[in-house]
Ligand binder design. Structure first.
Ligand SMILES: [Zn+2]
Length: 183
């Protein structure tokens, strides 16, 4: 049985990036809930680090993955920048990530970048960073930065429930394919 932790970034007193009425914490939750539902449809056991707007310390997010002996950990974020022209999709693994983590990231990244390309969203690349949730998770862990809430075109896509649902389904299918749950 495949166990996957989906981590909607931020929440509660930490809204993440904010631009106008868009809050990163709301968008990551919406994306994560839909991704979890879709992935459950493939037969995976999915754990969410939060299912509503609440504070969850980073240590608790990692502990969920480690205590449930998760096979995969996927953290969902949205990006922000001072430069309003900055936009796009990027993914992160830890600098010391193992080959299996890179393979998992590649599968998810390729699928998401390809889905978003149809909306003109640039692929900002497969990156590495020493983020806490990537460093402390025992299983392969990937963090996604899904579009910039500070860019008008990206923000319009993030507001669109159909675009979000499509991205969530794309992520779920990529995980299912990478793990043999789907063809
Ligand atoms: Zn974030």
């Amino acid at each position: 049985m495949l166990r996957v932790v989906i981590d909607p970034g931020h929440g509660g007193n930490d809204p993440g990036a904010v631009c106008g009425d868009l809050r990163e914490a709301d968008l990551t939750l919406a994306l994560a809930l839909e991704t979890a539902r879709a992935l459950g449809g493939y037969g995976a056991v999915v754990y969410l680090t939060r299912e509503d707007d609440r504070d969850v310390p980073l240590a608790a997010r990692v502990a969920l993955a480690n205590e449930r002996a998760a096979d995969l950990y996927l953290s969902i974020h949205c990006n922000a920048a001072q430069n309003p022209h900055a936009r796009g999709f990027e993914s992160y693994v830890h600098p010391a990530a193992r080959p299996c983590t890179h393979a998992f990231r590649s599968a998810v990244h390729a699928a998401a970048a390809s889905y978003l390309a149809q909306y003109g969203v640039p692929d900002r690349g497969r990156l590495r960073a020493d983020f806490y949730v990537l460093r402390r998770t025992a299983c392969p862990a990937v963090l996604l930065e899904c579009l910039f809430i500070t860019n008008a075109a990206d923000a319009a896509l993030l507001r669109d429930p159909c675009v979000r649902a499509g991205l969530a389904y794309t992520l779920a299918r990529a995980v299912a394919r990478a793990t043999g749950l789907a063809d």
